[in-house]
Design a binder for this molecule. Structure first.
Ligand code: MRU
Length: 356
């Protein structure tokens, strides 16, 4: 992989081992988890050692290589195993489109090559996984470039969950906007939603912004409304896990509430996401599968019970923000505006033609 500088790279690959920065342990401990099999990568994605839509896609790409790197046999046998491993890795988490994108891209690369020599096919898989990794960094930088033009000096911007370096290959999507504004020396301020139940805002976004010396304040999720009413927030930017073709966007649970609040207070609400998050097969948000996670994430914290034993719990990990609440979608090819049905189609075409 080319040496592209990023602030918070959570994924490294060397000597047939994928190293993942354990995001469950941050910000207290910086521990790297080695994964040497596709099962280890599947488990790391499922248990959120690695999380964030683009990051789980990148990890799955390497996971796919680990799933076939000791395969010997025919090209046909190789493809069969590759497809089975791709489906397996894709089953780790259902909502983020980038996971399916990464494994589908690698399968397509191999299936369309004329190569019959299996060791060369294995190399092809690894090369494609590395390309997905590098592409993600370049894409996020481009998102930062476009997003940084949207906010005036002195803006006070709210973000939800973590769409930072940790959620990608290192530069982020929503946080790419902040990193780019800082690089351009534009003064601004960030409010960070803590993001219950797993506190990706408090643990991860706060960590990235604090380390980057970006002026920011952590708030509880239920404080955003009164801050907006008091005029302390004049922009919102968040990431995305899957974007339907009409612009409806799935992101971390609570995002929809923030969008409704922003709409009520006439505050622009932006999604920042790579084109790999758009799902051509999903027409509207109704078709997006929403992951439900273990009840213990709500009823416990750090292994300590918060709620009465036996209490019923509901824990959807994502919600869908209808396109009508979204002011714009910041992509690597520019900022998409309403009507999204049209702008998404146009951008997909431009990207297919290799225009950026
Ligand atoms: O459950 P998580 O932590 O994987 O959810 C992450 C989010 O919802 C992010 O906002 C999204 O993946 C965008 S990351 C650039």
């Amino acid at each position: 992989m080319k040496n592209l500088k990023v602030p918070f790279a959570p994924i490294r690959f060397s000597n047939s081992t994928l190293y993942l920065l354990d995001q469950r342990k941050l910000p207290v401990h910086e521990i790297w988890v080695p994964c040497r099999s596709s099962h280890a990568v599947w488990k790391a994605i499922r248990t959120m050692v690695v999380r964030g839509a683009p990051a789980i896609g990148v990890a799955a790409g390497y996971g796919l290589y680990l799933g076939i790197h000791s395969f010997h046999g025919t090209r046909e046998g190789f493809l069969k195993k590759l497809r089975a491993q791709a489906a397996y890795l894709d089953s780790a988490r259902p909502t983020a489109r980038n996971l399916a994108y990464a494994v589908e891209r690698i399968v397509h690369r191999v299936a369309t090559s004329k190569e019959r020599h299996v060791p060369k096919l294995r190399d092809l898989v690894l090369q494609e996984a590395k390309d997905i990794h590098t592409d993600d960094i370049l894409i996020c930088r481009s998102i930062g470039k476009y997003g940084s033009k949207l906010f005036k000096p002195g803006s006070r911007i709210l973000t939800h969950c973590n769409a930072g370096g940790l959620a990608t290959s290192g530069y982020g999507t929503a946080l790419a906007v902040f990193f780019a504004m800082k690089e351009k020396k534009i003064p601004f301020f960030v409010y960070v939603d803590e993001t219950r139940p797993l506190l990706q805002g408090a643990r991860l976004t706060a960590w990235e912004l604090f380390k980057s010396k970006i002026p920011s304040t952590l708030i509880c999720d239920n404080m955003a409304a009164s801050l907006m009413r008091a005029g302390k927030i004049n922009g919102v930017v968040v990431g995305a896990d899957r974007i339907a073709m009409n612009g409806d966007t799935a992101n971390k649970i609570g995002t929809y509430g923030v969008a409704v609040l922003a709409h009520a207070h006439k505050i622009p609400f932006y999604i920042a996401a790579p084109s790999t998050t758009f799902d051509l097969k999903t027409k509207t948000g109704k078709d997006i599968p929403i992951e439900e996670r273990p009840h213990s994430e709500v009823s416990e914290m750090n292994g300590k019970r918060l709620a009465p034993k036996g209490m019923k719990i509901f824990n959807p990990s994502f919600d869908v923000t209808p396109h009508s609440y979204i002011s714009g979608i910041i992509t690597e090819a520019g900022v998409l505006r309403r009507p999204f049905k049209r702008s998404i189609k146009t951008i997909q075409q431009l990207l297919r033609d290799g225009v950026q």
